[in-house]
Write a protein that binds this ligand. Structure first.
Ligand SMILES: Nc1ncnc2c1ncn2[C@@H]1O[C@H](COP(=O)(O)OP(=O)(O)OP(=O)(O)O)[C@@H](O)[C@H]1O
Ligand SMILES: [Mg+2]
Length: 325
């Protein structure tokens, strides 16, 4: 009898053979070469996202263009340290160029056939404040700088939404409103921006059952609809942390790819391991080490002493992340 580990190993082999970029395929900058990531070493059953019947619904008509438009002050955004298309080349721009590449490969081109729902990318972390929103916004901005990609950034951290504020925009109807009102279409609340190929889906109006809604069947239906109507877009979800509540895990089960942000020298090894264990069903998991000191970051030390880099779990846990006392 084939064990679930063997099945997962076979699945990963199939993904690799079909051209998917696995975390262990990402060229590691100096200091980030390590043992293969458990995320890519097949210790988990195949992803429910790969088999989810919610995504097997019939073809739906393409989405209507979104009706509302907002203006993002790109100069202010660049001054706040974010990646923008008209900012001069910077460390953060370079770092996100490396971070986005394998995600884009999986979401389109070679990866399109190999990674089901590879265009659905969730940014999460173990704990609050590790840099999820910062990473999600920068990733989306960096991807939108590529003319051949259209990006939708979804603020799915319904308990602590921050994307709109970070972009200097007022709160607006969005995800929660879609979940509560079946008559609303995504295009009714999706915001076009002054960046042609970049749209925003805000969290929406505050709701006492926000976290419950995020893990509801309505959310599964909405993800299925988005996956079909917007299959040509990269959809990035800024998400809640994995260890505080369970809804981020539910969301993760519908994603094609997961980016887990780890705050260097703060998050405990045990917390990282625990968080990873909650999303082990997703075969495409990338770790981003955030705010590592530049001295220790090798080629990745930039700017104000903070940096980003892809790390395998071995790096993050063994070298970069504080170990428990
Ligand atoms: N690499 C970085 N360089 C500079 N500032 C950063 C970096 N990463 C995060 N920050 C800043 O740290 C703060 C916390 O980051 P962020 O809001 O992205 O965390 P989060 O994980 O989304 O938090 P929450 O769980 O509350 O949603 C923000 O002010 C953000 O701009
Ligand atoms: Mg956040």
């Amino acid at each position: 009898m084939t064990s679930s580990i063997e099945k997962a190993a076979q699945r990963l082999e199939q993904l690799r053979a079909a051209g998917a970029f696995l975390p262990s395929d990402v060229p590691m900058p100096e200091k980030f070469t390590a043992a293969p990531s458990p995320a890519a070493s097949a210790t988990s059953p195949a992803s429910p996202a790969l088999e989810s019947s919610a995504f097997k619904t019939q073809t739906v008509p393409p989405a209507a263009p979104s009706s509302k438009s907002v203006h993002i002050n790109l100069t202010a955004l660049a001054a706040a340290g974010f990646v923008t298309r008209n900012a001069p080349r910077s460390g953060i721009t370079d770092q996100f160029r490396v971070i986005k590449r394998p995600l884009l490969e999986n979401a389109s081109g070679r990866g399109a056939a190999a990674v089901p729902h590879g265009n659905l990318i969730m940014v999460t972390s173990s704990l609050p404040g590790e840099g999820k929103s910062f990473t999600a916004i920068n990733l989306a901005m960096s991807m939108a700088m590529e003319q051949n990609h259209t990006v939708m950034l979804v603020d799915a951290d319904v308990a602590r939404p921050s994307v709109m504020q970070a972009l200097g925009l007022p709160p607006a109807p969005g995800l929660l409103d879609l979940l509560l009102d079946k008559k609303l279409a995504v295009s009714d609340v999706l915001l076009r921006t002054n960046i042609d190929n970049f749209t925003l889906l805000p969290t929406g109006l505050p709701h006492p059952r926000a976290t419950e809604l995020l893990a509801s069947d309505a959310m599964v239906d909405l993800l299925a609809e988005m996956g079909q109507r917007y299959s040509d877009r990269i959809i990035i979800f800024d998400s809640p942390p994995l260890l505080l509540t369970t809804e981020a895990r539910v969301l993760a089960s519908h994603m094609g790819q997961i980016v887990m942000v780890v705050q260097a020298e703060k998050t405990l090894q045990s917390q990282v391991r625990h968080a990873l264990s909650t999303i082990e069903f997703c075969p495409i998991r990338f770790m981003v080490l955030n705010q590592a000191r530049s001295r220790g970051m090798g080629a990745y030390g930039y700017g104000h002493g903070y940096g980003y880099g892809y790390g395998h779990e071995q790096d993050a846990v063994g070298q970069r992340v504080a170990t428990p006392a």
